[in-house]
Ligand binder design. Structure first.
Ligand code: 9MR
Length: 369
């Protein structure tokens, strides 16, 4: 399965180099050295009571879940204490729902929806059309264009319709922009139904299936790659001009601890200029993918905490009507997709014991501010 890879951030820090002791190696990486020398957040969480994040935020605080996690009482207790919205991490995608014979299964999506209903948690739908997921049942329909389009519509209608009245939003099109930002991606859906047309169609079909639900486009590396952010904004304009009922914008916010200060704020503000609702939809901050100019892992953890705080602060500054939700892509570190890729990463707010990290305290402080 294709996963996002982070490009080195071209968004260099601005302003003068601070007067802290810098090694030659750090000086060579001067723009990025700002992160290393900025006032330090303590990477160890401060002691004291932990406030439920959802009680501090005027907007929903989300996380992603897998159906299997819901059997773990320690996990569900932590989730329920802090989060007011869930996104299925993968079991509401085609990879789970579409069986080889083209029929659909909803047992796990339904279990997550029932969990959310029982706990008074919002359910966010993710993701209907994704270049990375092209089930064989669809590929086989290649030669018969009419039936391909009908199957596409049937899938979107079935999934959105099933959670009508419960889902508070849907990622209709996920990751449409190429990694280098040069163009839109080319894949089964665009080849069979048209580069823009497959997206416009998906938005219309989703809208027909649940006319009241906010419909999102969603993408990643927008804060680290200005060309990708530009292309994403152009795509949103094209979709709106084409009459697609796109009503909200997702900014995944998978970032690395070396992201320059200010990049998250600029990106969130740029996306808010459309006047639509904004979802920070999948935030995590990788330590191991960050560059080598950090002197220690503690510095990386402090930079991680600052980035979480920056994103929360920028999001909280948006007009209230545009604050859809702020979602972190997982609860405890060991459950993160990044940790499954590299066991030494620690991208989330809670450690494996469910203890709050410095990143949690930074989010807590940013929400209180
Ligand atoms: O975290 C998700 C991982 O568990 C799944 O295996 C993978 C494929 O379904 O998707 C991951 O989530 C991705 C999300 O759906 C879209 N943006 C990037 C996320 C991380 O790869």
């Amino acid at each position: 399965m294709k996963r996002p890879t982070q490009v080195p951030s071209p968004l260099a820090g601005e302003g003068r180099i601070p007067t802290c002791p810098l090694s030659r190696r750090t000086l060579l990486a001067a723009p990025l050295a700002l992160t290393a020398c900025a006032p330090r957040a303590n990477s160890q969480p401060a002691p004291g009571p932990v406030a439920p994040l959802k009680s501090l935020a005027p907007f929903p605080i989300g996380t992603c879940v897998q159906a299997g996690f819901l059997d773990d009482p320690a996990y569900t207790a932590l989730l329920t204490e802090h989060f007011s919205q869930i996104t299925a991490e993968w079991e509401m995608k085609m990879e789970y729902i579409v069986l080889p014979d083209g029929t659909f299964r909803f047992d796990r999506p339904d279990a997550m929806a029932a969990f959310a209903r029982a706990r008074g948690i919002r359910l966010f739908g993710h993701a209907l059309v994704w270049y990375a997921q092209t089930p064989d049942a669809f590929v086989r329909l290649d030669e018969r264009r009419a039936s391909f389009g009908q199957a596409y519509d049937r899938y979107i209608t079935a999934v959105v319709g099933r959670y009508r009245g419960q889902a508070v939003g849907w990622d209709v099109v996920n990751e449409a922009v190429r990694d280098d930002g040069s163009a839109l991606r080319d894949h089964l859906w665009s080849q069979r139904l048209g580069e823009i047309d497959h997206m416009v169609r998906a938005f219309h079909v989703a809208h027909a299936a649940d006319p009241d639900v906010p419909l999102f486009i969603n993408d990643y590396n927008l804060e680290s790659n200005p060309a990708k952010l530009d292309q994403y904004q152009r795509l949103i304009e094209r979709l709106l001009r084409a009459g697609a009922p796109l009503t909200a914008i997702g900014c995944q916010t998978h970032c690395n601890a070396d992201l320059a200060s200010g990049a998250l704020t600029r990106t969130i503000n740029a996306l808010a200029r459309f006047g639509l609702q904004v979802h920070v939809s999948e935030m995590d901050v990788s330590l191991v993918r960050a560059g080598g100019w950090f002197v220690s892992r503690e510095e990386k953890a402090a930079a991680q905490a600052r980035l979480y705080a920056e994103a929360v602060t920028a999001f909280a500054a948006l007009p209230a009507a545009q604050q859809f939700a702020f979602t972190i892509w997982g609860v405890r570190d060991p459950e993160s997709w990044l940790v499954r890729e590299n066991r030494s990463d620690a991208p989330l707010l809670f450690d494996g014991e469910g203890q709050p990290k410095a990143a949690f305290r930074a989010v807590e402080a940013a929400l209180r501010a």
